[in-house]
Design a protein around this ligand. Structure first.
Ligand SMILES: [Zn+2]
Length: 99
């Protein structure tokens, strides 16, 4: 779970999902109210979900896997990614990564 870089308190899973849902790089700590930034490393780590989906499609399409199975495979990967994402979520006190 992410830890605030100012007050060093760990966010709950729900607080992490709530900040992820805003789709902003700059997030506010629910405890101290100061700004944190989602670490560039978090975006790099979460990109595996897209890669897994791409690989699955490359494998399933030539084998004519029925679309209902493709849908459920996609759903399962997204659900696992959604559950694991707070564990990879890191915060920084300043914006990092390529600009
Ligand atoms: Zn804080």
């Amino acid at each position: 779970m992410p830890t605030c870089q100012h007050c060093h308190r760990q966010w709950t899973r729900w607080q992490t999902y709530k900040s992820m849902g805003k789709f902003k790089r700059k997030v506010i700590c629910p405890y101290c109210g100061k700004h944190n930034y989602i670490a560039f490393k978090t975006y790099q780590r979460s990109s595996w979900i897209g890669l897994v989906i791409l690989i699955m499609e490359v494998i399933m399409i030539p084998f004519h896997v029925p679309s209902v199975y493709q849908f459920w495979a996609l759903f399962i990967v997204l659900a696992i990614g959604f559950m694991l994402l707070p564990a990879y979520y890191e915060l920084t006190s300043e914006e990092d990564g390529p600009s």
